[in-house]
Design a protein around this ligand. Structure first.
Ligand SMILES: *Cc1c(COP(=O)(O)O)cnc(C)c1O
Length: 381
């Protein structure tokens, strides 16, 4: 039996991408309804989603979840600009596009920051973070990306959290592409706030971001925000007081997310979802290596989210043609955007299982044969 037979009905291609992702038919079907935003059923749905998110982070009573309309970046921007005071200063850890994006957000918002940048295939060193925090006492917050989706590298979030806590600073995490598949436990990985979205590992549809934050941090944040719609302190006040969003909520997106969270729990929560993605990653990498492809990252740094492959050296390999051929066979992949090497990416997340990974590998083999690429190895480094 096919694990996800609905796609043979809808004929949508499988998305081996970093998001938006393939979602289940049952998630999509929940959107065939209208809700008034003051409807008690809808208000109860928001409360259920918020409580479920705090539970996934093991946040207990000290944390709350604040949904915010928009894509994941809206949630990151809301987190940074609400929780870092106007006169505050951040240390931003950069090893890819999403760390860089945090610096852009701070440029727009006029927040001071120091950057600690490592190459895209290199995680930050906890000792180096400790040294910067010791040298710059005016830094109050540290921003880190959990899984940097640019390469698929897993940053050492527990070690980062430990040095930040030891230096008595506050950690803000972009866990966008990890939350729901890789554990982050507020009790052992102390964070001030974490941002993620509906359409990555929780397998909802795009349109909703959320921030899981210490309640105390949001209380202290009044007056920090530089944007009305992204002011999390005001957003949480309205949600706590009346159970409602301040401005029009994406009702269908929330309904789909509620269903997606129930399916996440039914799959075994973070452990179950993480296990499927890990099996997808291992199957994908083994199959691609068997053909001659090479991964950018060593296995020890590779998160089970998205895999970067080095571009084959054979001049007969043209990425645009490779992409189009895979798409025609029902598999969508993603270009790379690295400075360290020419590459492309294949995702392991979304409603994909062993059968879809095997299908993607067969499609890659067929595309190589059609292009006349006998050996997809990259140029020697
Ligand atoms: C997807 C992603 C985001 C948010 O991107 P949007 O396009 O705004 O949804 C932020 N950080 C990381 C690490 C991501 O993978």
């Amino acid at each position: 039996m096919k694990p996800f037979p609905h796609l043979t009905e809808t004929k949508d291609p499988w998305l081996l991408t970093p998001g938006p992702l393939t979602t289940s038919l049952s998630v999509k079907q929940t959107m065939l309804r209208d809700w008034g935003s003051r409807d008690p059923d809808f208000v109860a749905m928001i409360a259920r989603i918020r409580a479920g998110l705090v539970a996934l982070a093991k946040g207990g009573d000290a944390y709350t979840a604040v949904p915010v309309q928009g894509s994941g970046t809206y949630a990151v921007e809301a987190m940074l600009t609400t929780l870092v005071p106007r006169t505050g200063k951040l240390l931003i850890l950069v090893n890819g596009a999403y760390g860089k994006r945090a610096t852009q957000i701070c440029d727009y918002a006029g927040r001071a920051y120091t950057v600690y940048e490592t190459p895209e295939d290199t995680p930050p060193e906890p000792e180096a973070i400790a040294a910067i925090l010791a040298a710059e006492p005016d830094i109050g917050h540290v921003f880190a990306v959990h899984c940097e989706t640019t390469t698929g590298i897993l940053n050492p979030i527990a070690e980062i959290a430990a040095v930040v806590a030891k230096a008595k600073r506050k950690l803000l995490v972009d866990s966008m592409s990890a939350f729901g598949a890789l554990p982050i436990d507020a009790k052992t990985v102390p964070f001030e706030a974490l941002a993620a979205s509906s359409n990555k590992c929780l397998e909802g549809v795009p349109g909703l971001g959320f921030v899981i934050a210490r309640k105390a941090a949001l209380k202290d944040a009044a007056g920090n925000a530089v944007s009305l719609s992204l002011d999390l302190a005001e957003q949480v006040k309205a949600l706590d007081a009346g159970g409602q969003f301040r401005f029009t909520p994406p009702v269908q997106v929330l309904a789909a997310f509620d269903q997606a969270m129930a399916e996440h729990e039914a799959e075994g929560g973070i452990a179950g979802r993480g296990a499927r993605y890990t099996a997808n990653r291992d199957r994908l990498i083994a199959g691609m290596r068997a053909m001659g492809f090479e991964t950018l990252l060593p296995d020890a740094l590779q998160a089970p989210i998205i895999v970067t492959f080095r571009m084959p050296a054979d001049p007969a390999f043209r990425f645009a043609e490779f992409y189009d051929r895979l798409k025609a066979m029902g598999y969508v992949i993603y270009p790379g955007k690295l400075t360290v090497a020419e590459s492309f990416r294949m995702g392991c997340i979304g409603r994909l299982g062993a059968e879809e990974i095997d299908g993607a590998l067969a499609a890659v083999k067929e595309a190589l044969a059609a292009m006349g690429v006998a050996d997809p190895r990259p140029a020697a480094t």
